[in-house]
Design a binder for this molecule. Structure first.
Ligand SMILES: NC(=O)c1ccc[n+]([C@@H]2O[C@H](COP(=O)([O-])OP(=O)(O)OC[C@H]3O[C@@H](n4cnc5c(N)ncnc54)[C@H](O)[C@@H]3O)[C@@H](O)[C@H]2O)c1
Length: 322
């Protein structure tokens, strides 16, 4: 049976997009998933197997054009400036993170799109939020431009659902760790870089202090959660801002110890920079019981399984192809 989903992924060349497009094409068929990004495809060092459009999400006419040309009915909007990068250009971060979202929400309001996925982040929380097992509904006073934009985005998503009956679904991702693509300028990027440096030189300099505990998740679980929430019956989605989502929590010291089980000689030194203040404002662990009870969320990886899988895959990647 032909897929009823015609999907556009905006921001497909980033850390999540590369893996999400691959998974969506497995599920819905390559012909039903259009990847798009502001980056020209020719400049990207990735092998591409499907439809691709160069598109700036801030150009509403261009988004309309691509949606119309491909008969798109679902959009996964991943284009954003992440926490560390956003601090360097707050005005642009606000513009991209908010107006990109409005362009897509308004197409759903007009009835052109039937479903939207837009990710939020643990950055919606702030220094006054309870840090341990952070509840779904709690104090939210984000202190970063990224967190402010994600919190505002959540409010607008809920507003559009209530006011215009659009179907938009969202998850508050923790820091994401994957081996297929490079991270895009977040405060949790260290948890990816440490694997590369451990394998390459056995030395890693961390930009966070060694006991900074943050919530994290292995990319296969993040992709699974994204697919699961989008496939859930609409009646099961009880939260229209964004769902808390938890994987596991660790500090740089704990991650280094886990990697040393495989690479005993790993040496880590810590030189905290401006990202320390961002990390200090975020929760240490997350209560995701609503995602579990509403639509059956359950992560598969713990820190040990993630670490083994990362090292196996990064080692395989390094081997010359025969
Ligand atoms: N990676 C994480 O740990 C994490 C955690 C929480 C939330 N998120 C959210 O998930 C989403 C995707 O994150 P990511 O890590 O893949 O980010 P990323 O920075 O790796 O990728 C974003 C992609 O969007 C593209 N892009 C930027 N501006 C664009 C524009 N104007 N038009 C079209 N494309 C544009 C970029 O070229 C890039 O390929 C973001 O909304 C981010 O806030 C990510």
């Amino acid at each position: 049976m032909p897929s009823k989903e015609k999907i556009l992924v905006i921001g497909s060349q980033g850390q999540i997009g590369i893996e999400l497009v691959e998974r969506l094409r497995q599920i819905y068929g390559a012909d039903n998933v259009v990847a798009s990004d502001v980056k020209e495809i020719a400049r990207i060092d990735q092998s591409h197997t499907g439809l691709y459009e160069t598109l700036n999400v801030l150009n509403a006419n261009r988004v309309h054009e691509v949606v119309k040309d491909h008969g798109i009915n679902e959009v996964y909007l991943l284009a954003a400036l992440l926490s560390a990068t956003a601090e360097k250009d707050p005005a642009f971060a606000w513009d991209l993170n908010m107006n990109g979202l409005f362009n897509v929400l308004n197409m759903a309001k007009e009835g052109i799109l039937s479903k939207i996925y837009w990710p939020s982040s643990i950055a919606v929380f702030g220094p006054t939020t309870p840090k341990k097992n952070t509840p779904q509904f709690t104090i939210m006073e984000p202190s970063t431009v990224y967190g402010i934009s994600k919190q505002a985005g959540e409010r607008w998503c809920e507003y559009y659902v209530n006011k215009y009956k659009v179907d938009v679904r969202s998850l508050r991702y923790p820091g994401l760790i994957g081996w297929k693509s490079a991270p895009g300028g977040g405060t949790t990027d260290y948890a990816v870089q440490i694997f590369h440096d451990a394998l390459k030189t056995g030395l890693y300099t961390c930009f966070l202090e060694e006991n900074t505990e943050l919530p994290m998740m292995y990319m296969p679980d993040a992709i699974k959660a994204t697919v699961d929430i989008m496939q859930a019956e609409r009646s099961k989605i009880g939260i229209h801002s964004a769902y808390n989502l938890n994987g596991f929590s660790f500090s740089p010291k704990e991650l280094a110890e886990e990697i040393r089980k495989h690479i005993p000689g790993l040496k880590m030194t810590c030189k905290p920079d401006f990202r320390q203040a961002i990390a200090d404002s975020w929760p240490q662990s997350i209560d995701d019981s609503r995602a579990r009870s509403d639509w059956g969320w359950k992560p598969e990886f713990n820190i040990g399984q993630m670490t083994s899988d990362m090292l196996i895959n990064l080692n395989n990647q390094k081997k010359p192809k025969s």
